[in-house]
Design a protein around this ligand. Structure first.
Ligand code: C5P
Length: 224
């Protein structure tokens, strides 16, 4: 089957979105994480649902409100990258569009202690294992590969160059490049890059408006 690189509307299409940070515990109360608020992914999920898609939002622990479940929006809560990976694989079949907006922790502690760590030595070490690259697994060729796989790149420097390296290395169709100042902020700007060398800049605006603009940019294309 020939897979179209464009799609012109989301009506009744299965869309999966990962959002928020992941938490990588090393004891029951301590974890490694980051400052993602999940707002961008939540806004993309709400907008996709408004556009008629059947949305599965796989959401890490976020400080803000969780979107209400509705007929065409399912919200699955996860904590760690491994749990996020499992849920993505479980619900992936049939997904047309995948958006990886989650700020997935790259590493997890090698050992998770059942009890809170006692004692405070002057110096200690934490052994870390690499987490699965969730979006790279989704983007791999195979029967479950969605028609369109969209990632995010949050960069502190050489934003477009680093984003386009990630686009290629992870096998994505599109990447939303943005600066680290967007992390946890209510507003942001972004540049969309595609594997077909397209580039679209979206100005500074609220994440809700940004989400609308991102879907509009992706949908406003000739359907092949
Ligand atoms: O490599 P980096 O974390 O900057 O890549 C960002 C993109 O990859 C985002 O779309 C993010 O959701 C995804 N990602 C992932 N699994 C990881 C790391 C990143 O899906 N373990």
């Amino acid at each position: 089957m020939r897979v179209s690189k464009y799609f012109n509307n989301l009506r009744d299409k299965k869309v999966m979105i990962t959002a928020g940070p992941t938490r990588e515990h090393w004891d029951p109360v301590r974890f490694l994480s980051n400052g993602s608020s999940g707002q961008m992914g939540v806004a993309l999920a709400l907008e996709a649902a408004r556009l008629g898609a059947n949305v599965t939002l796989i959401l890490g622990p976020i400080p803000g409100p969780i979107p209400r479940k509705r007929k065409n929006l399912r919200v699955l809560r996860v904590v760690s990258a491994e749990e996020m990976d499992e849920k993505v694989q479980e619900y992936l079949p049939g997904t047309r569009v995948f958006v990886g907006a989650a700020a997935v922790a790259d590493y997890r502690p090698a050992v998770i202690l059942r009890q809170k760590i006692k004692g405070k030595p002057e110096k200690t070490t934490l052994n870390l294992l690499r987490n699965p690259d969730i979006i790279a697994k989704v983007a791999k060729r195979g029967p479950n590969r969605p028609s369109v796989v969209i990632g995010f790149a949050l960069e502190t420097q050489d934003v477009l160059e680093n984003a386009s390296d990630k686009l290629r290395d992870k096998g994505l169709d599109w990447i939303v490049a943005n600066r680290e100042t967007n992390l946890g902020a209510p507003e942001g700007s972004a540049t969309l890059l595609s594997r077909w060398q397209e580039r679209m800049a979206i100005g500074h605006m609220t994440k809700e408006r940004l989400a609308k603009q991102i879907w509009k940019a992706l949908l406003d294309r000739p359907a092949l």
